[in-house]
Design a protein around this ligand. Structure first.
Ligand SMILES: Nc1ncnc2c1ncn2[C@@H]1O[C@H](COP(=O)(O)OP(=O)(O)OP(=O)(O)O)[C@@H](O)[C@H]1O
Length: 663
């Protein structure tokens, strides 16, 4: 009841005109599947709210804090205004908070720091003001912090350097100032740091060079550093002119002492956090100042110890309370959403069946859709069951985010791969689902794995897609292999694999009379399988058209984790052909180098190391230098940070063919 009350409160505030959340009814059951965008965990607690891009115009209610088991809150791409309620801090189970691209005003509530399970915090593209809360350092699981395109001021809290799982920090397009703390540069996991269009000053930490293209600092006129393209070298003036106007602990004290002489360059100390600045400055000042500094440090240490003890006691107290309240042990993130959905009556399942949708039924009543084509592709469940020996684990090829793949043998003896997708993960609208099916069966190309048919089982709540089996397995199997292994691909095979993938993708992107332009959205080495002749076949083409938004979203998270997700997705939330081109570029670099390192690392190796060092050592020099150089260039241009700078697949194929005639 508390949750229902909270949801009704949230609805009244988010959708005051009751246009979008009509299905949220006072007398309804949020876990029955009838509340649009709401999913529950197995304890029938609200675990996920996905209302992205729904045109919401209201405000966010403090009642959100009453949904204690919420693990994903997706409200991005709406027009929500007002402040972010501090009560969000009560959502200690939350892993994903997406409030980006709205009209939020006010500050970033420091209470967010209580959400200790948070992995993604995206507040980009709002009108938030004030400082970045120093307390965010307690979000120890945070992987991505996006605060760009707001009106934040003040400096970057050096304490954020303790976020040791942070991969992406985007602070661009704000009014931030002060130095870039060296503590941030020391985060080992950091891959992308975007501080563009702010007023940062002083020397940029040299160690940030390792981020290569992942470091973006343009339009910070007071920033300096040596060895950074487009940054001027630091001068003594820079060193003494670090922006002390920004609120920093001890800032005002040191401001009076910037004119003192120093024997050594202060770049290093100025890049550091405040305590090391303290050391640098105290070196050259007179005795009384040393006394003050020592006093200040001692006081800070005592204060820190007291704070630590208080915090420790508070945590213990909280843990005790935690064990007394209802269990929230069923962690629910979008990655696990499918799992939990299938244990439950998920919204999608009930929506599907309450409207009488049965994909197995004859006479699918979906207007202009070509029923005949679909009927020709239908298999019955019995054939699927016998092909996979009743889905025996022995036939399991892979189990992913939203699907399970089995190897099978049909009655005619042909070997197939059967992908099972829970109906929960599919589009809940019958017409949309059938439209997706029509697309799936219409896609035919020598570099796409061929779909033989499908079968949806009402009893099992699953749909099965039957594909030709590709005997040489997926491309991943041929990366990171040791010397002398059977899986070391010859150079000519690598080149033809790259060409084949390019042709398959071009086919997908091309709009013709018989098919629309299709963006794959999930290209990776795992989604490329090889037939007996090592021809590459792309898996899952068009699949996203039958999948529910949440399912696609969780697949994107995986793709991001593996380095295939184009950077612009993070800010625009849109996937275009150019995002597929990016993932293709990553694969090109993987195939040439023979390994799958982090994209940024691989790109800088491709750019800066000698070609013979970048190309897979397992080839023992047996490759064409000119061909390799051109392919590396292609891989680099396809993975360009800016989508407009990437070629389209048509020109990629043309380029590769030119190479063909030349070699
Ligand atoms: N047609 C096929 N021929 C041979 N192997 C295949 C085929 N389809 C899938 N596989 C194998 O099964 C593995 C799993 O497939 P896939 O990645 O499509 O599904 P998944 O692991 O369930 O992931 P996802 O959640 O992304 O669907 C592939 O990496 C591949 O090795």
């Amino acid at each position: 009841d508390t949750e229902l009350r909270a949801l009704m409160d949230i609805k009244a505030s988010l959708d005051p005109d009751n246009k979008i959340l009509k299905t949220w009814q006072n007398d309804g059951d949020p876990c029955s599947g009838s509340f649009v965008g709401v999913a529950c965990n197995e304890h029938r607690k609200v675990a996920n709210i996905s209302l992205q891009g729904r045109g919401l115009t209201g405000k966010m209610s403090p009642a959100i804090g009453d949904l204690k088991c919420l693990s994903g809150l997706y409200l991005h791409f709406n027009s929500i205004s007002g402040e972010i309620p501090r009560e969000v801090g009560k959502l200690t189970e939350l892993t994903d908070l997406y409030l980006n691209v709205n009209n939020f005003t006010g500050i970033v509530p420091p209470q967010i720091s209580h959400m200790t399970n948070l992995q993604v915090l995206d507040l980009c593209c709002n009108r938030l003001t004030g400082n970045i809360p120093t307390q965010l350092d307690s979000l120890s699981k945070l992987g991505s912090l996006s605060l760009q395109h707001n009106q934040l001021n003040g400096s970057i809290p050096p304490s954020l350097g303790s976020l040791d799982m942070l991969k992406r920090l985007d602070l661009s397009y704000n009014y931030l100032s002060g130095p870039i703390p060296v503590t941030i540069a020391n985060i080992q996991t950091l891959q992308i740091l975007d501080v563009r269009n702010n007023s940062f000053s002083g020397a940029i930490p040299t160690s940030l060079k390792r981020l290569d293209k992942g470091l973006l600092y343009g339009n910070n006129t007071k920033l300096c550093g040596s060895g950074f393209l487009a940054l001027r070298a630091c001068t003594t003036f820079d060193n003494t002119n670090v922006d002390f106007d920004t609120p920093r602990p001890f800032g005002s004290f040191f401001k009076n002492h910037t004119e003192t002489n120093h024997d050594e360059p202060r770049n290093a100390s100025l890049q550091t956090n405040n305590s090391s600045s303290t050391t640098a400055y105290s070196k050259s000042t007179k005795f009384p100042q040393i006394v003050v500094v020592v006093g200040v440090i001692t006081a800070s240490v005592i204060l820190a110890a007291v704070a630590f003890l208080t915090f420790f006691r508070y945590r213990r107290h909280k843990q005790k309370i935690g064990t007394m309240i209802e269990p929230c042990e069923s962690r629910f993130s979008t990655d696990h959403a499918v799992d939990l959905h299938s244990k439950n009556a998920s919204p999608l399942v009930s929506l599907a069946y309450s409207t009488g949708w049965d994909p197995l039924a004859d006479g699918l009543n979906s207007g202009d859709l070509s029923q005949e084509a679909l009927q020709n592709f239908r298999y019955n469940l019995e054939e699927v069951e016998s092909a996979t020996q009743y889905f025996s684990e022995a036939n399991l090829l892979g189990r992913g985010n939203f699907s399970t793949v089995y190897k099978g043998v049909l009655r005619d003896g042909s070997v197939v791969a059967i992908k099972s997708i829970s109906v929960n993960s599919c589009q809940s609208e019958e017409a949309e689902f059938v439209k997706g099916l029509n697309l799936l069966v219409s896609l035919r190309h020598e570099n796409l794995v061929s779909l033989r048919g499908y079968c949806c089982s009402r009893g099992r709540g699953e749909c099965f897609f039957i594909y030709d089996f590709a005997p040489k397995g997926n491309l991943l199997k041929y990366l990171d292999v040791s010397e002398g292994s059977d899986h070391v691909l010859e150079w000519s095979v690598r080149v033809s694999i790259i060409k084949g993938i390019a042709k398959g993708l071009w086919y997908l992107h091309e709009k013709t009379e018989s098919k629309p332009s299709v963006v794959h959205q999930n290209i990776s080495a795992e989604k490329i399988v090889l037939d007996n002749q090592y021809n590459p076949l792309i898996l899952d083409s068009g699949l996203r058209k039958i999948l529910a938004d949440d399912t696609i979203f969780s697949a994107l998270k995986m793709s991001a984790a593996m380095g295939y997700l184009a950077p612009e997705y993070i800010t625009t939330g849109r996937f275009t052909e150019k995002s597929d081109v990016y993932a293709f570029g990553v694969i090109v670099l993987h195939v040439i180098s023979g390994n799958q390192q982090r994209t940024s690392v691989m790109r800088s190796a491709a750019e800066f190391s000698k070609l013979e060092d970048f190309v897979d050592q397992n080839l023992n020099g047996k490759f064409s230098m000119t061909e390799a150089a051109k392919l590396v260039r292609l891989g680099l241009s396809c993975t360009h940070e800016l989508p407009d700078e990437r070629p389209n697949m048509e020109s990629v194929v043309q380029e590769l063919n030119k190479r063909n005639s030349g070699s």
